[in-house]
Design a protein around this ligand. Structure first.
Ligand code: SAH
Length: 351
């Protein structure tokens, strides 16, 4: 028998249509939507819904509920990594990061990933499947639940930078962003949402034309096509120039500043000459560069650049007036990089 439809995966309009088909008033859909987005996982707790409706919902529908397999807090307790089990037994991970102004959740958009970046742990087993919008929302609700339990500020920002390539699961990701933005639900502002892509150029244009003011992060990681192709499979499909043009289009359309992510890999993309070329490429583009010292991943050969190299790289960018920050390495002690916790967990399970 096919699994019952997940109500978390539905927009308010979709819920209203279901309620009409169930011979219920559409305003009930608003009541349900509010409960669902508060993290209520059983119909019985929805105290303003009549018993007859609860019965109908129970027999035909379900609410996705993630089971926490692991919860790892960093030593300063501000970064917490969660490993969740989905209802089909797939495993996903996400990370909450507490800042002075609230908590940001880094969440996954796919089980696995088919982009094949050579330094990334999430891609090693390829793509298993896309996550639904409801499963992305379930990550936010589960993490929020845990934060409340630990008296931490609730989630007010999202970064789609966990496992998976968000633009490779475009429709579900967009649906999710609209769901969490809904004022009846979590009411998270578009400006507090950042989507990170390895550079699926056509989809970057589509996203720019949606009229959502979300932030865009682009994983560039190299100023030359030759180097980018060596470390990222997607670079065979789109050139550095095409990726940067799409990012410029995104900025022109939305007015949101674009961030370029640049992971420094020893001996590959970390030379002063690479920093110079990056400056040349970005000249006149009011963007931001986020330099990430590589998180070394077990079984992958790429190594992190030396501290000297990292500092020199950053100072060259600064000297050319590029807005640059070094990514704060939160949660290194808890397998902070994408896909690492799951890999460590599976290894432990296999014994
Ligand atoms: N697929 C998307 C989002 C997921 S990865 C993307 O590529 O942007 C989020 C960021 O972490 C990307 O910039 C990615 O390149 C980077 N990343 C992946 N593995 C890393 C590692 N081992 N060390 C440092 N950064 C890494």
């Amino acid at each position: 028998m096919a699994e019952k439809p997940d109500l978390l995966d539905m927009t308010l309009e979709e819920l209203e249509r279901i309620f009409v088909s169930l011979d219920e008033k559409p305003f009930r859909a608003r009541q349900l939507f509010k409960w669902l987005h508060k993290g209520t996982t059983s119909f019985e707790q929805m105290t303003d819904l009549p018993a007859t409706l609860i019965e109908k919902l129970n027999s035909g529908y379900r609410i996705e509920r993630l089971v926490t397999l692991e919860r790892l807090a960093s030593s300063d307790k501000r970064t917490v990594k969660y490993l969740y089990l989905l209802s089909d037994n797939n495993i996903i991970e996400c990370v909450s990061m507490q800042y002075p102004y609230g908590t940001t959740l880094c969440l996954s958009t796919q089980v696995g990933c088919r982009m094949g970046c050579s330094f990334c742990a999430s891609t090693t087993g390829g793509l298993v499947r896309n996550l639904t919008a409801g499963e992305m929302l379930a990550q936010v609700l589960a993490a929020d639940d845990d934060l409340a339990e630990h008296n931490k500020p609730s989630i007010n920002g999202l970064v789609l930078m966990g496992c998976g390539e968000p633009l490779d699961n475009y429709d579900n990701v967009l649906k999710f962003i609209k769901l969490v933005h809904n004022p009846l639900g979590l009411n998270i502002g578009y400006r507090n949402i950042t989507l990170s892509t390895c550079g699926l150029v056509p989809k970057m244009y589509t996203l720019a034309d949606e009229g959502l003011n979300i932030n865009l992060a682009v994983s560039l990681h190299a100023p030359y096509d030759s180097i980018r192709r060596e470390i990222m499979k997607i670079a065979h499909a789109y050139s550095v120039a095409e990726v940067i043009s799409a990012a410029r289009y995104y900025f022109d359309k939305t007015g949101r500043r674009v961030t370029f992510e640049y992971a420094l890999i020893s001996g590959t993309n970390d030379k002063p000459e690479h920093a110079e070329e990056l400056c040349r490429l970005l000249r006149g583009f009011p963007c931001h560069v986020n330099v990430i010292p590589l998180n070394e991943v077990k079984h992958l050969s790429r190594k992190r650049s030396s501290e000297d190299r990292i500092k020199t790289f950053i100072s060259i960018l600064q000297s050319k007036g590029i807005n640059v920050t070094r990514r704060r390495e939160m949660g290194l002690d808890i397998n902070g990089a994408c896909g690492q916790l799951k890999a460590a967990y599976l290894e432990k399970e296999r014994g």
